[in-house]
Each structure stands twice: as structure tokens, then as C-alpha cells.
Design a protein around this ligand. Structure first.
Ligand code: HEC
Length: 166
């Protein structure tokens, strides 16, 4: 008698667990998922959510930035004072790379191209790094630069980098 009761209770326990599981699945489906989890929407175009930066890549980029970029673009990515004002000979000054500059206006492809090929020598002292840095190293510097952007700048730059041309 005792034996069959405990068998019954195990069946009921099983049913209860199943119901809890089902309830959990249903609740989860209807649950509030934050809007931004679906991606970044600008001008009605949605791209996937902003990916998390790889800390190892960022650390490598920080070192490379200090060695190769900080002398012109500033130790804290602040650029040169009055960088918006070209020099009397028409040359442009190194702009900041943080949120105050316009680096974040441009997609990854263009930024990597500028780092690899340098600026137009007529108006720029930006060196070409293609013979100094590998593709992975240039990407690492860019990843480090991204850590200095605010959320809006980061989202915008991710959006311009990942949206498909119409
Ligand atoms: C000798 C000085 C100098 C060094 C060193 C230098 N830059 Fe520049 N960079 C400039 C100048 C000047 C400009 C602005 C003119 C231009 O865009 O070509 C510039 C522009 C840029 C731009 C374009 C920014 C924009 O918003 O259009 C990027 C990206 C950039 N540099 C990245 C780097 C990185 C990364 C390094 C290090 C690997 C680096 N620079 C090292 C002088 C320098």
C-alpha cells in the first residue's frame, strides 16, 4: 500500500515539474526582452546588436596605439589643440579619436584603409602603416579606439559599418 502511494506521488511530482517547465518556457517567450537586444535601428534600418569588444584585442591595441599613434593623436586620444583649424600651409592636424573627433563617423573599412594607406601627403602627415602593422594589429588599434566612444557614437559607428549598401 505504502509502495503504490509513493509511486503515485512520483507521477504527480513529474506532472508538476512538467507544468513548471512549460510555464517557464511560455513566460520566457512573452517576457520583456529589452528593445536594443534586437539590434541598432537608425533611419529605419536595423542592424544586429553592437558586439562586445575582445579584451585581449583591446589590450594589444592600447599598446600599439601608445607606440605608433599617441605622439600625434594624443596619449588620451584627444588629438592636437585646435585640430579643426588647418595649418597655414593647408596641412590638417591630427584629430582626436575619442567621441570629440569624427573617427566614429566612419565605417571600419574606411578607417582601416586610412590606417593602412595614410593620408593625402598634400594635406596630411598621417603615415601609412601597411608595412609596419599587420591587418590584425590595425584592427586591434581600432578596437582600442572604440573603447573611448560613448554609447551613441559606438552604436552609430557599428551601424554605418554593418549596414548593407542599398
Ligand atoms: C605623424 C603624425 C601621425 C601619426 C603618428 C598618426 N597619425 Fe593618424 N592622422 C594624422 C593626421 C594629421 C590626420 C588628419 C589628416 C587625415 O585624415 O589624413 C590623421 C588622421 C587619422 C585618421 C582619420 C580620422 C578621421 O576621422 O578621418 C585615422 C583613422 C588615423 N589617423 C588613425 C591613426 C592610427 C591608428 C595611428 C597609429 C597606428 C595614427 N593615426 C598615427 C597624423 C598622424
Amino acid at each position: 500500500m505504502k509502495k503504490s502511494w509513493s509511486k503515485d506521488s512520483r507521477v504527480w511530482l513529474g506532472i508538476l515539474l512538467l507544468l513548471l517547465l512549460l510555464g517557464g518556457i511560455l513566460l520566457n517567450r512573452g517576457g520583456a526582452v529589452p528593445e536594443e537586444a534586437y539590434g541598432v535601428t537608425i533611419n529605419g534600418v536595423t542592424v544586429p546588436p553592437v558586439p562586445t569588444l575582445n579584451p585581449d584585442q583591446v589590450a594589444q591595441g592600447q599598446q600599439l596605439y601608445a607606440n605608433y599613434c599617441s605622439s600625434c593623436h594624443g596619449a588620451n586620444l584627444e588629438g592636437q589643440p585646435n585640430w579643426k583649424q588647418p595649418l597655414p600651409d593647408g596641412k590638417l592636424l591630427p584629430p582626436p579619436h575619442d567621441s570629440n573627433g569624427h573617427t566614429w563617423h566612419h565605417p571600419d573599412d574606411l578607417l582601416l584603409q586610412i590606417i593602412a594607406n595614410g593620408g593625402d601627403p598634400a594635406i596630411s602627415t598621417m603615415p601609412a602603416f601597411r608595412d609596419t602593422l599587420s591587418d590584425a594589429e590595425m584592427r586591434a588599434v581600432l578596437a582600442f579606439i572604440k573603447t573611448s566612444w560613448g554609447r551613441e557614437e559606438r552604436e552609430f559607428q557599428w551601424w554605418v559599418s554593418s549596414r548593407q549598401a542599398p
